[in-house]
Design a protein around this ligand. Structure first.
Ligand code: BGC
Length: 271
């Protein structure tokens, strides 16, 4: 199978790598380009084009999966918290696909990470409800039940104690306020996960985002009923999940998200 390009658009960097979907990992080292200061659709597309051109020899004229830091409802961005407001209301999938001249799938970044973990990582084969949260510039969420993703949940924007949760508990807040891992975990994350746990009674929390590689520095301060583990693909999960979804969409142009995962489960059971 050819390699499929996954790109993760983040608040500070735009990162892409061709993904080997047989093994669920990067086929080549990723390329990271800083997010333009004005992260308008036009400026971001310029960076996307540079990443696509860089990997063109590997990906041929194949599809591109884009993990995006906002909900993406059938390719349309209803609102956006951490990038230029020019994206709000835009059919991002069509816009980017037209600009790059190839098939493009745009999905929420936490959902992309969730799909990566369902197919190749910590959520693979896990029965019941798994909630993946990404801790970064904001907080993203993917809610998965028996391997099926409920897309576009926005649990980073739960209002907790009168605040938009991500403005208190995202890892960017820890960095900005120079908080220790201990203070961040005990004063901010504990309350966040407690509320999510109360609302959803999940079977497993998976934590993604850049800070997931430092999990041993803060998981120990959390007291929860629910087991909590780092994303196995760490912050590669979004790129890998986006590439997976792009390939699946190409093969099943009329499919829904639910069918995407169900078919993957069937394929896995057939192994
Ligand atoms: C956005 C989510 C996104 C998360 C992480 C939030 O501000 O609303 O869609 O998943 O940040 O990037």
């Amino acid at each position: 199978m050819s390699k499929v390009l996954g790109i993760d658009v983040g608040g500070s960097g735009i990162k892409g790598a061709p993904v080997d979907l047989e093994v669920g990992d990067f086929a080549e080292p990723r390329l990271r380009i800083p997010t333009p200061e004005k992260s308008s659709p036009k400026n971001v597309v310029t960076v996307l084009r540079e990443i696509v051109d860089n990997f063109a020899p590997t990906i041929g004229d194949g599809p591109v999966g884009i993990s995006f830091p906002a909900p993406a409802r059938h390719g349309v961005i209803p609102f956006i918290a951490n990038l230029d407001q020019g994206w709000a209301g835009l059919h991002a999938e069509e816009y980017i696909s037209d600009a790059l001249g190839r098939p493009v799938t745009v999905l929420n970044d936490a959902d992309a990470a969730g799909l990566g973990e369902v197919h190749y990582g910590a959520a693979r084969g896990v029965p019941g409800v798994v909630i993946l949260t990404t801790l970064g510039t904001g907080i993203g969420s993917a809610v998965i039940n028996n391997g099926i993703l409920l897309p576009n949940t926005e649990l980073g924007h739960l209002e907790i104690d009168g605040h938009d949760a991500e403005t208190r508990a995202a890892s960017s807040v820890k960095d900005r306020k120079h908080m220790s891992y201990r203070d961040w975990a005990t004063k901010r994350l504990q309350r966040y996960y407690e509320v999510v746990e109360m609302l959803f009674s999940p079977d497993l929390f998976v934590v993604g985002g850049g800070v997931s590689k430092d999990h041993s520095k803060f998981f120990k301060y959390l007291t929860l009923e629910t087991p909590i583990v780092p994303a196995k693909l760490l912050n590669r999960a979004g790129i890998i999940g986006a590439a997976w979804q792009a390939q699946w969409r190409l093969e099943h142009p009329d499919a829904t998200e639910e069918q995407v995962v169900t078919a993957a489960k069937k394929a896995k059971n057939a192994d």
